[in-house]
Design a protein around this ligand. Structure first.
Ligand code: GLY
Length: 583
């Protein structure tokens, strides 16, 4: 077993103080460490965790008023769209994994954006058929998909909510009308994005001051446009988002921008939330369940854990380079399958069962039996769910930036919400309408539509949902939830969730410590190590094993709740401004 001096450092890294020092090494993430507030909480009755204290308080207010987890989630999301507007909101999409305690069932809801009818597979290609530069694709209307979040909030509230729809709007409306203090993290991100925000008149007027300077931390920011939108949706429901003046405003912004897109009133009118069966992978006697396609979250997380199942990570421990070799190469194998096979299952067949089949994972896990990094990693050949000949598949090319937000809630009936919500990149398409930002979710599609004449599964098609990495997760033991979590972070989300689960389940770290432990993951060729943390000590050993190694900021934002016989434990990632509130 190869060991570094990392064990001692890792234990230190898991303390709140050390975690704060880790965050302080990154600007603008440094801001989050100064935000204060509890990063973990305990509760007997309920727990709400969210990426901003005002949003978590809104959820807590609903729960104190007799609301349930779905009521709290809607209130949290409406406030996040105001106080963390760069990450999620009405102009974006979300995936919800939901445990219905009364029914004893787990289900998922897909509120992912759809490509407009007018979209074509060459949406993100230049005249020569080559992929556009990422930011060229992102900014403006071209990248905007039909938002799903308003429809999702209404659909699940209609089905499960306990409080009246109107009551859920009170906290967000109050903050939009009377103002909230711009948080350190938001101020830092506005400053970093001022040039692109300045390109849209509405975004410029909101995020920059009259002289064009980015809003400073602590500025009291009111959002009358968002307040108007909230009042409209409160009275008229989500239909007022998808038809009428608001819909016309969204279409005009998308079509009238410098880099126009094809979103139409018909696309908005026809948007539909989809309920889908959860996808579960087995790990250490637990069922790790989450969102299937169009998200790659649960399948890829399930593959990583399934490939690691035969290996005794507990015995190896967190200080062992051997443990990280296994985790890194399991992740690379899973990401190779993800790139080849996972896309919107309503448009392309996905071998979902085959990717998690025990015999397939056992055979792939044997590839990890050597001592060194795998020199090459390629997609495997999972069984397909149908009898026809497997379709030809080639790898796509979809850049994904860290962004997004996680909401995790348990209520006093035992209902559990794990929802990951996004407008894709920070500040999405940078187009602002009705006081909220429009997503750039379409850039989660592969920019390449074909390779050598073979179509890419995740190519752009009209009405299709772009592949996601969002991994809202609920872990079941003997059919009952014991843990719920998720994270922002683009395609790093999957590694952040995997690390948290391994640190908690295999290495016995408490939930807050597992979240705070340094991030180390692999997606494609390189092992990525969180800069400024004790994990940097792993780098020489990983290089010796044959890995390429990169270090950089890895700003996970895990929000998690453990459901234990002794009560609820909530924890928020120390790298961001989130908090857990429980009672
Ligand atoms: N846009 C982030 C994701 O869906 O993974």
């Amino acid at each position: 077993m190869r060991r570094s001096g990392w064990l001692f450092a890792l234990v230190l890294a898991a303390t709140p103080l050390q975690a704060q020092q880790i965050s302080d090494t990154h600007a603008p993430e440094a801001a989050s460490a100064r935000a204060g507030g509890p990063k973990s909480a305990t509760g007997r009755d309920w727990m709400v965790t969210a990426a901003n204290p005002l949003a978590a308080e809104a959820g807590a207010a609903m729960l104190r008023a007799g609301g349930n987890a779905i009521d709290a989630m809607v209130a949290v999301q409406l406030v996040l769209g105001l106080v963390e507007p760069q990450s999620s909101g009405l102009g974006g999409g979300a995936f919800l994994v939901y445990w219905d305690a009364a029914a004893g069932t787990l289900t998922t809801f897909d509120g992912r954006e759809t490509a407009p009818r007018a979209a074509t597979p060459t949406l993100f290609q230049n005249g020569e058929g080559e992929p556009l530069a990422f930011m060229e694709a992102v900014i403006g209307g071209r990248s905007v998909g039909t938002p799903g979040t308003p429809a999702l909030l209404e659909a699940v509230h209609k089905r499960y909510g306990r409080l009246g729809w109107g009551a859920l709007f009170a906290p967000a409306l109050e903050l939009a009308e009377n103002g909230f203090a711009v948080s350190p993290r938001l101020a830092g991100l506005i400053a970093g994005d001022a040039a692109t925000l300045a390109r849209d008149p509405a975004a410029r007027a909101y995020f920059l001051d009259a002289a064009g300077a980015p809003l400073a931390e602590g500025t009291l920011l009111k959002n009358p446009g968002y307040a108007d939108t909230l009042r409209t949706l409160r009275v008229e429901g989500a239909a007022a988002f998808y038809q009428g003046a608001l819909a016309q405003g969204i279409v005009a912004a998308v079509r009238g921008s410098v880099n126009p897109g094809g979103l139409s009133l018909d696309d908005l009118r026809d948007y539909a939330v989809k309920e889908r069966a959860p996808v579960c992978g087995a790990y250490r006697g637990l069922d790790v369940c989450g969102m299937g396609p169009p998200s790659s979250g649960a399948l890829t997380l399930g593959q990583i854990l399934g490939l690691l199942e035969p290996y005794d990570l507990k015995a190896l421990g967190p200080a062992s380079s051997e443990a990280w070799r296994l985790i890194a190469d399991a992740s690379r194998l899973a990401f190779a399958d993800r790139e080849r096979y996972i896309a919107d299952v309503d448009f392309v067949p996905v071998p979902a069962k085959g990717l998690l089949a025990r015999d397939y994972l056992a055979a792939r896990a044997k590839l990890l039996e050597g001592d060194d990094a795998l020199p090459e990693v390629a997609a495997g050949t999972p069984r397909w769910d149908h009898a026809m000949a497997p379709p030809a598949r080639v790898d796509g090319a979809a850049p994904e930036l860290p962004s997004t937000t996680q909401i995790t809630i348990v209520d006093d009936d035992g209902n559990v919400v794990s929802m990951t919500s996004t407008i894709e990149a920070g500040f999405g398409s940078r187009l602002m309408v009705g006081g909220f930002l429009l997503n750039n979710e379409l850039t989660d599609f592969s920019f390449r539509s074909h390779r050598d004449g073979v179509p890419v599964a995740n190519r752009v098609e009209p009405g299709k949902r772009p592949r996601s990495s969002m991994a809202p997760t609920i872990v079941l033991k003997d059919g009952r939830p014991v843990l719920a979590l998720g994270s922002p972070g683009g395609s790093q989300i999957i590694g952040y969730v995997a690390k948290t689960l391994i640190a908690h389940l295999d290495w016995g770290m408490s939930l807050p410590d597992a979240i705070a432990a340094p991030n180390v993951l692999a997606r494609f060729d390189a092992v990525e190590i969180e800069a400024g943390t004790a994990a940097e000590e792993l780098a020489p050993g990983m290089r010796e094993l044959g890995f390429q190694v990169k270090t950089g900021p890895m700003t996970s934002g895990v929000q998690a709740v453990a459901i234990t016989p002794g009560g609820l434990i909530g924890a928020a990632d120390p790298r961001r401004e989130g908090v857990a509130i429980g009672e």
